[in-house]
Write a protein that binds this ligand. Structure first.
Ligand code: MEV
Length: 441
C-alpha cells in the first residue's frame, strides 16, 4: 500500500502535480499536458480561480450558453446557462419560443425567508427550558445587533427566534429556530455567523440562569437549513387549447391531455417523479451555476420540497381548466445576487449583467422559469416524438469528435445521418466506408 501524503496542501501547484503524476499517473507527460492546457494564461485570473477552492491543479470548464426570448412578467429576458448536457439550452430556447406568443411566463415570489437552527441537548424539565428561553430571548436577540446592522438597514436580519421542543422525536433534543431575511444575499455566511453568536450568548445566559435543576443545555451545532419552503417562487404558463395549435399531428387538446397525464404520473409515481424533477433541475442548476450560486444547496432544498408530504412527487402541476391549459410550479430557491462567488467570478458577474443586475427575487423568478421551461420542453418531446431523436442529433457533434472524424468527414456524416438516429457503431462504420472511398478515388 502507498504511504499517505502529508502536508499536501502546503505543496506548490507544480509540486502537487509532480506528486500526482508519480503517485497515480505513471509519470505521464500527456497527463501533465492535459492539466496545464487548462490553465488560464491570464495569471491574476488563474490566481482568482485557484483561490475559490483548495489544492487546485487546473480548471474544469463548463459550457456557458444563452437561452434568449423568455417573456417573463412582460419583460424579455435572455437566460445565461452553464451546463455540460447537450440539448438542455436548446430545449429551454424552444420552450421560450413556444410561450413567447402565448402570454409568456408569469411569476410570483411567495416569500424570501430562510432559517437556521442552534441544535441543543437538554435532559432537564421542559418547563425549565421554556423558562430559560423566556429569560434569555432578549439578550439572544440583542447579541445579534452588530452582525445584523447592515442587513437591518435594508429591511433584513433576524425576523423571529423560537424555542422548539423536539424531545418527542429525539430524547433531550431542542432547537433555537431562527428565521432570517437576507435581502439580495444568499446569506449562508450571515446566517451561520448569527447562529454561532446565538449559541455563544446561549451558553453565557445558561451560566447566569438559576432555574436548572440538573445540567445546563448543551449546544450540539449551529447551522443554516438548506430547506427553504418559506423562500419560494411560483411560476406558471397558460393558454387556450386553441392557441396550442397542432403539435406533431395531434390537436392542442390531445397534446394537452397527454401532457397533463404525464405530469400526473410524476405526481404519484416516484420512479418517474425523480427523472421528471431531474429534468427541471437541468434548467434550474444551469442558471444557479451561471450566476455563481450554490447548486448543491438548491438541489437539496428542492428535492426535500418535492417530498414534503412524505412521498416524493412531481414539482410541477398541469391541468385543463375549461378550454385552457395551465402548467405551473412552486420552487424553494435560496439565491443571491450579491456576495460570495456571485461578485467574484467574472462569468457570474457577466450573468448578472445579462440579467440586468437582478435582485435576488428577480433571480428567483428567472431561475424558476428556466425550471418550468425545461420540464415543458422535456414533456413536449416525451409525449410526442420521444427525446432520443433530438437528443442524439445534438450528440452527433460530440460523437463525431470522439471517433476522430476530420472537418470534411464531419460535414458528410452529418448529412448522411440527418434522418437517422446516430449510434457509435453506425458512425464508425460510415466513417470507415468514407475513408475507403477516399483512398480508392
Ligand atoms: C434528461 O436530462 C432529462 C429528462 O429525462 C427529463 C424527463 O424525463 O422529464 C428528459
Amino acid at each position: 500500500m502507498n504511504t499517505p501524503v502529508s502536508g499536501f496542501s502546503k505543496l506548490s501547484k507544480s509540486q502537487k502535480i509532480d506528486w500526482l503524476l508519480s503517485r497515480h499517473l505513471n509519470e505521464s507527460e500527456t497527463a501533465r499536458e492535459v492539466i496545464t492546457r487548462y490553465w488560464n494564461q491570464d495569471v491574476p485570473l488563474q490566481e482568482l480561480h485557484d483561490g475559490f477552492s483548495e489544492n487546485t491543479i487546473t480548471n474544469y470548464y463548463l459550457p456557458y450558453g444563452l437561452a434568449p426570448n423568455f417573456l417573463i412578467d412582460g419583460e424579455l429576458v435572455t437566460i445565461p446557462m452553464a451546463i455540460e448536457e447537450s440539448s438542455v439550452v436548446a430545449a429551454a430556447s424552444k420552450a421560450a419560443k413556444f410561450w413567447l406568443n402565448r402570454g409568456g411566463f408569469k411569476t410570483e415570489v411567495l416569500g424570501t425567508l430562510k432559517s437556521g437552527q442552534v441544535h441543543l441537548n437538554f435532559e432537564g424539565l421542559n418547563s425549565e427550558m421554556e423558562a430559560f428561553f423566556a429569560f434569555a430571548k432578549a439578550s439572544l436577540l440583542q447579541s445579534l445587533e452588530s452582525i445584523n446592522a447592515s442587513m437591518k438597514k435594508r429591511g433584513g436580519g433576524i425576523q423571529d427566534l423560537r424555542l422548539v421542543d423536539k424531545t418527542k422525536d429525539l430524547k433531550g433534543y431542542y432547537q433555537l429556530h431562527a428565521t432570517f431575511e437576507t435581502n439580495d444575499a444568499m446569506g449562508a455566511n450571515f446566517i451561520n455567523t448569527s447562529l454561532e453568536q446565538l449559541a455563544m450568548t446561549l451558553r453565557l445566559k445558561a451560566s447566569e440562569f438559576k432555574g436548572f435543576s440538573t445540567d445546563r443545555p448543551e449546544v450540539v451545532m449551529s447551522i443554516l437549513s438548506n430547506y427553504v419552503p418559506e423562500c419560494r417562487v411560483k411560476v406558471s404558463v397558460s393558454c387556450s387549447l386553441d392557441e396550442i395549435g397542432e403539435v406533431n399531428g395531434v390537436t392542442g387538446r390531445e397534446f394537452a391531455e397527454k401532457f397533463v397525464r404525464a405530469v400526473n404520473i410524476a405526481g404519484i409515481e416516484p420512479l418517474r417523479a425523480v427523472t421528471h424533477n431531474k429534468g427541471i433541475m437541468n434548467g434550474i442548476d444551469a442558471v444557479v451555476i451561471a450566476t455563481g450560486n450554490d447548486f448543491r444547496a438548491v438541489e437539496a432544498g428542492v428535492h426535500a420540497y418535492a417530498a414534503r408530504d412524505g412521498k416524493y412527487r412531481s414539482l410541477t402541476n398541469a391541468r385543463i381548466e375549461e378550454h385552457n391549459f395551465v402548467f405551473e410550479a412552486e420552487f424553494p430557491l435560496a439565491l443571491g445576487t450579491v456576495g460570495g462567488l456571485t461578485s467574484l467570478h467574472p462569468l457570474s458577474k457577466l450573468a448578472m449583467q445579462i440579467l440586468g443586475q437582478p435582485s435576488a427575487e428577480k433571480l428567483m423568478r428567472v431561475t424558476a422559469v428556466a425550471g418550468l421551461a425545461q420540464n415543458f420542453a422535456a414533456l413536449h418531446s416525451l409525449v410526442t416524438t420521444g427525446i432520443q431523436a433530438g437528443h442524439m442529433k445534438m450528440h452527433l457533434v460530440n460523437m463525431l469528435e470522439q471517433i476522430g472524424a476530420n472537418d470534411e468527414e464531419k460535414a458528410q456524416l452529418k448529412k448522411d445521418f440527418e434522418d437517422k438516429t446516430p449510434s457509435f457503431s453506425g458512425l464508425k462504420e460510415s466513417l470507415a466506408q468514407l475513408r475507403i472511398a477516399a483512398d480508392q478515388s
